[in-house]
Design a protein around this ligand. Structure first.
Ligand code: GDP
Ligand code: CA
Length: 326
């Protein structure tokens, strides 16, 4: 009898506990690929919350929303944030009333921020609120904010220190980056769920997200980096052929005096992960990356549609199985 596709998938990917660390778009894309290759229960996505902020009194969690919307299949692909088929009536009316409109929030998207904020005001931790939203949106895999505590990225620029969203959205990543400061880092703890998921992970996947503002905040939480180092872990490069697929990663790297390249990504994660998936355009970096003690797998890593995401996820899982020694 012919195998069903589910059987074939399980067959090729026997993992039952995979943890993916994700920022926004790059992380969400690979998470969706992994979700196609793994049973829902086998995947936990830990998401950056360091670019969360308050808007009109509401708590906005951009990376969590991108991951939730993408896993639910309702993300706005063209825009790169928010929900598909959204309208902006509330924002237009807000502008008419003299309110701020630089952060473009759609009407359907607004409902998420209202519901999240309502539950937070009632005293529920962000982990619980995220579970409620994920369930309502029909998201299968477990999605965990990295922390229930507040930790906020401040971008140190040539023009002074900026709130992350001021830098990212209002100033369109234009000011020259000198460094980053993570406000609240002295006290913020990873949630218990995150620490447990990592301790039990058969494989940890560091998604192709921005290394400085999406992944370092997660990896820097007490106990997280250490747990990742102790598990079979691999990263996927967000830099392809010297450029970022999207967003300011390459620009940040140049401004910080580092070359935007797969080997620089390798230097960044050496000591934390055992392997790096690079794009086939970057195979020239292989020997240098191996010299850092990392194993390398090259694959087409631009995730266009769901198929491209699943294909890269399968490469990641196969490579992960080798790194895990099984
Ligand atoms: P943000 O929070 O929405 O800015 O998103 P992330 O931190 O997750 O991701 C930004 C990074 O994702 C950028 O450096 C991109 O180069 C990378 N990225 C986005 N899409 C892809 C893709 O299809 N393949 C790879 N390899 N990287 C991607
Ligand atoms: Ca982000």
């Amino acid at each position: 009898m012919a195998e069903t596709s589910q059987e074939r998938r399980t067959h090729r990917t026997p993992f039952t506990r995979v943890v993916a660390l994700a920022g926004g778009v790059g992380g969400a894309r690979l998470a969706q690929g992994l979700a196609q290759c793994l049973a829902d229960k086998a995947l936990t996505v830990v998401v950056n919350t360091a670019d969360d902020f308050e808007w009109l009194g509401l708590t906005i969690c951009p990376d969590l929303d991108t991951v939730l919307y993408t896993l639910a299949g309702v993300e706005n692909r063209k825009q790169g944030w928010g929900r598909a088929h959204d309208t902006v009536h509330a924002l237009a009316a807000l502008g008419q009333l003299g309110g701020p409109t630089w952060f473009r929030i759609g009407d359907r998207d607004l409902a998420t921020h209202l519901r999240r904020s309502e539950l937070l005001w009632k005293g529920h931790p962000l982990t619980e609120v995220t579970r409620v939203l994920a369930e309502a949106l029909g998201v299968g895999p477990r999605v965990l904010p990295m922390s229930d505590d507040e930790l906020r990225t401040r971008v140190v620029t040539a023009e002074g220190e900026l709130d992350f969203q001021d830098y990212f959205v209002k100033r369109a990543c234009e000011p020259r980056v000198v460094g980053f400061r993570f406000e609240g880092a002295e006290t913020a703890q990873a949630s218990q769920g995150v620490l447990e998921a990592l301790a039990e992970a058969e494989l940890v996947v560091v998604c192709p997200s921005n290394p400085y503002v999406s992944l370092d905040p997660i990896l820097g939480l007490p106990g997280v980096g250490e747990r990742v180092r102790n598990r079979p872990a691999l990263a996927v490069s967000p830099i392809i052929g010297g450029a970022a697929v999207k967003g300011p990663a390459a620009k940040m790297m140049r401004e910080l005096g580092r070359e935007p390249s797969a080997r620089e990504i390798a230097r960044h994660y050496a000591g934390t992960v055992r392997g790096l998936v690079i794009d086939t355009a970057d195979t020239g970096d292989t020997l240098e990356i191996e010299a850092l003690g990392l194993r390398v797998r090259a694959a087409p890593s631009l995730m266009r549609g769901p198929r491209g995401r699943a294909a890269l996820a399968q490469v990641v899982l196969d490579f992960g199985r080798e790194l895990a020694g099984g």
